[in-house]
Write a protein that binds this ligand. Structure first.
Ligand SMILES: [Zn+2]
Length: 147
C-alpha cells in the first residue's frame, strides 16, 4: 500500500486536536512572560508532531498553532458542568475543531456523554435543533423528545 502524500490516489485528511494550558497573566496584554509561555507551547507542539511523524512520508505536519481564550465571548470553548471536560458549541460561530461538541441546556453546558445521560434519563427534553448521534441510528434527530 502506497502511503505517500504524492500518490495520485491519496486523499488528504486534516486532523486537528487541542490542548489546554494555563498562563499567569493576561494573554491579551503585552506580557513577555505570557508570550514566552505561548511561544514555548507552540514550539513543543511543532516538535512533538515533527518527531512523531518524521518517518511517515504520508503525513505533512503543518505546524500552524492557534490560540483561543476560554472565558472570552468569542472563544466558543466551554466546560461540562458535570465532568469538567472541555467542549465547543457547534451551534455558535467558530466552533473549535479539536474539541468535542457540547450542548447548552438551561444556561449550562453538558458534554455529549452527560447530555445523552440527561436526555435518556428524562431529566431534560431533547432541546430543539440538537441532534444526538447513536451508533446504528443516524436519523435520530432533536424533535424526538423524551428518548
Ligand atoms: Zn460531562
Amino acid at each position: 500500500m502506497d502511503s505517500s502524500a504524492e500518490s495520485a490516489t491519496a486523499t488528504p485528511v486534516l486532523a486537528t486536536t487541542s490542548i489546554i494550558f494555563h498562563v499567569h497573566g493576561d494573554p491579551y496584554a503585552d506580557n513577555e512572560e505570557v508570550t514566552a509561555v505561548m511561544e514555548s507551547v507552540a514550539e513543543k507542539l511543532r516538535a512533538v508532531l515533527a518527531e512523531a511523524f518524521a518517518g511517515d512520508p504520508g503525513v505533512e505536519v503543518i505546524g500552524a498553532v492557534s490560540f483561543r481564550y476560554p472565558g472570552q465571548e468569542d472563544a466558543n470553548v466551554y466546560r461540562c458542568v458535570r465532568c469538567g471536560d472541555w467542549l465547543t458549541d457547534s451551534k455558535l460561530p467558530s466552533p473549535c475543531d479539536g474539541l468535542m461538541p457540547g450542548y447548552l441546556v438551561n444556561g449550562e453546558y453538558l458534554c455529549t456523554q452527560h447530555f445523552e445521560i440527561a436526555v435518556d434519563s428524562g431529566e431534560i427534553p431533547m432541546p430543539e435543533g440538537y441532534r444526538v448521534w447513536r451508533s446504528g441510528d443516524e436519523a435520530d434527530v432533536g424533535d424526538e423528545r423524551g428518548l
